[in-house]
Design a protein around this ligand. Structure first.
Ligand code: 4AD
Length: 575
């Protein structure tokens, strides 16, 4: 007679086979799996170290009942599985049938209904209660029973739309995907009490069509891009990232910011000019110039329009420009771009103090415009809920005082040798040293200082050797030690660091010629800039503001890359 082993301590009903090596755990399961109690001998033990005993008659009787229970349970499970399979199949067939039938439903706009007015979502509100026609992209999509909810996006806003009845039964309705472009027509209704929707209304659709379908399955929008996507993928798919709410809000705020800056400049009597990007002179040092062949001559992409703005003063008065600048810096930091939007201004017959007061006024009045207009203020609140306009006047700190401040706060910098290489200790770590007057304040130290102080700071009076050739020297009574200090200023903002660089300019042509010489610049291509001093010179000054850095500060963005439409950084010029 075959023997079946049951070990109640270490056996298993899942993986056991009833052998001595692989015993079952329960007698009931052993009986259920066997050919019947009369044709099998059952040996059982309770303890893995004890000997096997033959199962008693009463134990076998109990096990038979247990085996019946197992049998019933199994049958039930099989029935359930088969029912589920059938249901799934029926559902699949129902959907296929529905899809097949849906092809027969052809929507036509009812000519008996009132004529629909074409509108953008942002200007739809006055049409409440009327039929409207809106085109846009499917931003969100949800079906509930036989109703389809679409949140439509057209760049001016979001519109909740409801499709029910025949309009929700077409083939296009059943196969609609996110990011498809559609035309929706229907009555714009106020949402019922207690419900919310963008703008407080929803479109009850009576006619619609797909204008451009978006793929589903593997190539679906959400498969190409989602919150978990790697930053390098997000960079390559910037064109799709821009469709998202955060990215588009940043760019929308950027547009409002530029408008507000322009309005502020106009109210200060500055005229907008558009200088060239192709230039043959440098402004901020040869090391960061993008050079190219221009009809057989060397030319550069502009680093700054400053020199051109200076030439406008005698003809147009105070001027400003908002123009792309280019810097070939191998900097991968979160505040450097290879191409950035540079807002620059130049003012005649001013003092250094006037210059800083003007920069502060332009910034504060522009921020006031943003926070006082409902649209821009809402965007700002969404992106940077804790934003508070900075208090005036901004703190002013001389370069020499900043060096002392850094040393008082034990903020050191990397030691460099005469060639500018970082000096390291035996373990290969950079040697950190105190700051001394004459040192360039590095980005890291500058940021630490700005973040500790926590308010905007004008850092002014940098040594001439650290700054560009055109900067005016401080008056003799403000000079001290071996260094020559300039009437220059950087505006530093918490979280970002330098957002503005400005200065008074050398007004005297002899002094300017000496400055070219000191910097090893050939004065010949600068003849037009020098003429500025020759034909009625004047005391003047100006500055440049990095729009992406300003926006990163305003909207609390981690990097300037988020603040540019299509950011460029070393090695990246697509999309
Ligand atoms: O301090 P910078 O180099 O000053 C000038 O170019 C002057 N010629 C401007 C003038 O006086 N008209 O640059 C001015 C500002 C910086 O404060 C910073 O905000 C921004 O331009 N900037 C950059 N922004 C992003 N990426 C870069 N690589 C930048 N370089 C400068």
């Amino acid at each position: 007679m075959p023997i079946t082993y049951v070990d109640e301590a270490v056996g298993s009903d899942e993986t056991g086979e009833g052998t001595q090596e692989l015993p079952y755990k329960s007698l009931a399961f052993a009986v259920y799996s066997g050919d019947g109690v009369d044709s099998v001998k059952y040996l059982i033990r309770k303890d893995a170290t004890a000997d096997y005993d033959e199962a008693t008659q009463s134990a076998l009787k109990k096990a038979k009942k247990g085996a019946d229970g197992i049998q019933k349970k199994k049958k039930k499970a099989e029935e359930l599985a088969s029912r589920e399979d059938n249901e799934k199949k029926a559902e699949r067939e129902r959907k296929e049938k529905l899809l097949e039938e849906s092809k027969k439903i052809v929507l036509e706009e009812d000519p008996a209904l009132p004529k629909a007015t074409k509108t953008k979502i942002g200007s739809a509100a006055p049409h409440r209660g009327e039929r409207v026609r809106v085109c846009g992209w499917v931003h969100r999509l949800r079906s509930q029973k036989d109703i389809i909810f679409i949140v439509l996006r057209d760049g001016t806003g979001f519109l909740q739309s409801v499709l029910s009845g025949r309009v929700a039964q077409t083939y296009d309705a059943l196969t609609l995907t996110l990011e498809s472009s559609v035309e929706l027509v229907g009555v714009l209704k106020e949402v019922p009490e207690g419900k919310t929707a963008p703008g407080g209304h929803e479109l009850v659709v009576d006619y619609w069509k797909v204008l451009g379908p978006a793929p589903g399955a593997d190539d679906a929008f959400t498969n190409r891009l989602n919150e978990k996507s790697d930053p390098s993928i997000l960079a390559d798919l910037r064109h799709l990232v821009l469709r998202g709410e955060t990215a588009s809000s940043v760019l929308r705020l950027r547009a409002h910011l530029l408008t507000a800056f322009r309005e502020t400049y106009i109210s200060h009597n500055l005229l907008e000019v558009t200088p060239p990007c192709v230039v043959q002179t440098q402004v901020e040092g040869g090391a960061t110039l993008f050079k190219f062949d221009y009809y057989g001559q060397p030319a550069f992409l502009t680093q700054s329009s400053q020199l051109y703005l200076e030439t406008c003063l005698p003809s147009l008065g105070d001027v400003f420009c908002i123009q792309e600048s280019f810097r070939a810096e191998n900097s991968h930091t979160r505040r450097h771009l290879s191409e950035y939007t540079h807002m620059e201004a130049e003012l005649a017959f001013i003092t250094f103090d006037d210059l800083m007061t003007h920069i502060e006024a332009i910034i504060c009045e522009t921020v006031d415009k943003i926070v006082s207009q409902p649209g821009p203020a809402a965007l700002l609140k969404h992106l940077n809920p804790d934003f508070k306009p900075p208090a005036r006047p901004f703190r002013r700190m001389s370069y020499v005082d900043a060096i002392a401040w850094l040393n008082e706060h034990c903020i050191k910098h990397e030691k460099e040798d005469a060639e500018g290489n970082v000096v390291k200790d035996e373990a290969g770590n950079p040697i950190m040293v105190e700051h001394a007057v004459g040192d360039d304040i590095a980005e890291a130290a500058e940021r630490q200082m700005t973040d500790i102080i926590g308010t905007p700071i004008f850092l002014y009076g940098f040594p001439a050797e650290l700054k560009a050739f055109y900067m005016k020297k401080m008056p003799a009574d403000k000079q001290e030690g071996n260094h020559v200090f300039t009437e220059s200023c950087d505006l530093l903002m918490p979280g970002v660091g330098e957002i503005v660089g400005g200065s008074m300019r050398i007004a005297d042509s002899e002094e300017l010629l000496a400055a070219y010489k000191r910097e090893g610049i050939d004065p010949e291509p600068y003849y037009w800039f020098t003429d500025q001093r020759k034909y009625g010179t004047c005391e003047h000054g100006g500055y440049g503001l990095g729009v992406e850095r300003f926006l990163a500060w305003l909207a609390n963005r981690y990097t300037v890359r988020e603040c540019s439409l299509y950011p460029r950084w070393p090695g990246k010029a697509t999309p």
